[in-house]
Unconditional design. Structure first.
Length: 367
């Protein structure tokens, strides 16, 4: 157990945005909310899953919808607590023992910190993805048969409601429809879980990992090359490409940011091309028309010089980036994990191949 101060939050926001694979919200907006909350209410206690009781209840809170909308239509902060308390009341629980992030992301890793600070609750070092994904059933709790509902949903106007659905796919469908009507973004509280379920089905130490990643990226004492080596070693990752963005095809549709980025190689990758396809999060990378990384493995874009994460809503022509790939949590490499968040689910005609195999194949082919 320890307490999160301002420096820790700044690092967590950066690291979570990296693990958010382009989605999960703007880390600058996220950290401002969280820092403001702890300045007003005091630091937040971070606990490990080993420090929580099996029978206690925990509730996450997150933003749902197209990340690009948050830069124009952002909640004032009261909605986070409102939706959390609505679900708590509906469950009939006198006491919720704590909260946790639903996914890694610059905003969605920060919202639970705001809730924890305002309600005086601990934050559990655990999430339900180990990254960010665009749909509500794409959660490790779902892989183990845990229901997403009861679920509470609200918006900045004051509309609030409860869903109870027959399965988690229906939770996504109905909540997505409501989110679109709410202006393409909403606040949700779902997957109420016991301590035992978090221990068995969650992705552990995600907050701590985010903080370590953020510390590396934010370091002013090392150049980009040294920081990159340290970062790749920490996450068992690969630098897949160095390039300049030459085209961004993007639209907001059905509560998602959808599109593709075209990259032209620079430096060591001069003469090469890469395409990155995304749905809120980066999903598929094609290097010279050959797939080099695919969901559910992580595909992260960072600034070429600073290694700061580049989210899908901040993609711009001419920006120089590095494309980094890293393996997903082992839960996503199960049959159900691949069926839930693999390339075929998103409409790509590929069977999932782990990033390690794709990179090794590319190296052999190049030789």
């Amino acid at each position: 157990m320890r307490y999160l101060d301002k420096a820790a939050i700044e690092h967590i926001a950066i690291g979570a945005a990296f693990l958010g694979t382009g989605g999960g919200g703007d880390p600058y907006i996220g950290k401002l909310m969280a820092i403001s909350a702890i300045e007003k209410n005091g630091p937040v206690q971070l606990v490990t899953v080993d420090e929580i009781e099996d029978e206690d209840f925990f509730i996450p809170t997150a933003m749902m919808g197209a990340p690009s909308v948050s830069s124009e239509k952002f909640p004032n902060g009261e909605e986070f607590v409102k939706v959390f308390q609505k679900l708590s009341q509906y469950l009939g629980k006198d006491k919720i023992a704590g909260t946790y992030p639903m996914e890694a992301g610059g905003v969605n890793s920060m919202i639970p910190i705001v809730v924890a600070a305002q309600l005086g609750l601990p934050l559990v070092d655990c999430d339900g993805m180990g990254r960010a994904f665009p749909e509500l059933q794409m959660v490790t709790f779902n892989l183990d048969g845990i229901s997403a509902t009861p679920m509470a949903i609200t918006d900045e106007k004051g509309n609030i409601g409860i869903f109870e659905t027959i399965n988690n796919r229906w939770t996504e469908r109905l909540a997505r429809t409501a989110t679109v009507e709410m202006g393409a973004s909403s606040l949700v509280s779902l997957y109420p879980t016991t301590g035992l379920q978090m221990k068995q089905s969650g992705v552990h130490h995600i907050v701590t990992l985010s903080e370590k990643i953020g510390q590396i990226i934010a370091s002013n004492h090392k150049d980009a090359k040294d920081k990159l080596s340290e970062l790749l070693a920490l996450v068992s990752g690969y630098e897949l490409f160095q390039g300049k963005i030459v085209d961004v095809i993007r639209e907001t549709k059905g509560g998602f940011n959808l599109g593709r980025i075209n990259l032209e190689g620079i430096e060591a990758h001069k003469g090469g091309m890469m395409k990155v396809h995304f749905q809120n999060e980066n999903l598929i990378a094609e290097k010279d028309d050959e797939v080099i990384a695919m969901t559910p493995d992580l595909l992260c874009l960072v600034d070429y010089e600073t290694l700061s994460p580049v989210t899908t809503e901040s993609l711009k022509y001419g920006k120089r980036v590095r494309v980094i790939g890293l393996p997903c949590d082992h839960k996503w490499r199960t049959k159900k994990g691949i069926e839930t968040a693999g390339p075929r689910y998103f409409g790509y005609d590929y069977d999932y191949v782990p990033i390690e195999e794709l990179v090794n194949k590319a190296v052999k082919d190049h030789v």
